[in-house]
Design a protein around this ligand. Sequence first.
Ligand code: SF4
Ligand code: SF4
Length: 384
Amino acid sequence: MEQERKVDFGFGCMRLPVLENDKPDSFDYERINKLFDTFLEQGFTYFDTAYTYHGYHAEEAVRKALVERYPREKFQLATKLPLRDFKDTEDMEYIFNEQLANCGVDYFDCYLLHNMGTNVYEKCKKYDAFGFVKKKKEEGKIRQAGMSFHDMPELLDEILAQYGDILDFIQLQINYADWEQPNVQSHRCLEVAQKYGKPIIVMEPCKGGTLVNLPKEAETLLKERRPQSSNASWAMRFAASQQGVIRVLSGMNTIEQVKDNAETFRNFEPVTAEEIKVLQKVTEMIEKNMPIPCTGCSYCTHGCPKNIAIPQYFALFNSISRITGSFSSHAVYYHNTSLKHGKASECIGCGQCEKACPQHLSIREFLGQVAAKFETDDIFPVKK
Ligand code: SF4
Ligand code: SF4
C-alpha cells in the first residue's frame, strides 16, 4: 500500500432520494439539491449517473439538481451507454444525443460502456461500441472513455488486450466483502486492470449499503478497533487503498453520509495489514448473516415478464435471516409488494434477469427460496 496518496471521491447517482419508494422518478429534489450542494461545498466535483438509472430518469434529475444550478466548469459529469438497450450503430448515436439533452450538457467528462460482460460483449464487437466512444472522444463530446465491468477477470483481460488503447479507465466493483467472492472476484479484476496500467474507479465500495448496515457483532468489532470511524469509512478506506484506484464512488442519501465520506477522503489513511485481517473477519460475519448477496441495483427487473420485485424480495429474505422468532412484519411487506408485482412463485424461469445481474446470482433458485419462506398461508395469506 502507498502511504501518501490522493484518491478522489465521486457522487454515485444510482440511488437518489425519492418521495415514493415504488416510483423511481419521484425525485425528492429538495434533498437531492442539498446533498449535491454539500458534496460540492466539501470540495468534490465528480458525479456519476447512467441512462438507465431510476427507470431512465436519473440523467434528468442530475440536469435539474446539478447542471441547471451550477456553472459547467464547477463539476465533472459521467454517464454511460446502455449496452443492453442499444439496437445498432445508429441507435448508439441517437441514445448519446438523447443523453446530452437529458443532462443539458454539450460534453461528458467521462463516458462509460455500461455493465460490460459476456451477455453484451459480442453485440459491442458487432456494432463497434468501442469505436463509437473513440469517435465521440475525437469529436470532443467525451473527455475520457471507460467501461464499467461486472464479469470475470478472464473476460476483462480479453477486452483490455483487444480494446485497451481506447479505454482511459475501468470502473470496477471493489469492496472488502467481494474481494475474493467467486461471483465478483474484485481482487483478480483489479489485478488485470493493474496489469494494463488502467486507472480504476471503484463502484459499490459499500456493496449497496451492505457494508454500512453491518451485523451487530461485525459493527462491534470495527468500533473496538476505531471507535470514531463509521462502517462506511472502513469500506471507503479499503477501496481507496488499492493501487491504481483514482476515485471511489458513493451513493449517498444524507448530509451526514456526504460529510463523513468527504472527511475520509480529505484525511485519507490507507488500511493497514492488521485492519485487513479485521475486515476479513467482518466478511465472514456478513456471509453468515446474508444468504443472498444482492446489492439492490435493480438491473434484473428490467424486462422481467412477470414484473417480479426481485431486489425487494431478496432484501426481505436477507433481513429475516438476521432475526429470530416472528417475522410477521416482513410477511406484511412481502404481501404488500406482491400486490403490485409478481410473486416470487410466479417466475417462469426465462432467465432474463440472471443475464443482467452484475453479481451473477442464481436469481431463479433464490426466488424459489423466497417463495418457500413467504408464500405459505400460515405465515401470511398472499395474492392467489
Ligand atoms: S427468470 Fe423469473 S424473475 Fe427472472 S426475468 Fe424470468 S420471470 Fe422474471
Ligand atoms: S439480483 Fe442482481 S441485478 Fe437484481 S438487484 Fe440483486 S444484484 Fe442487482
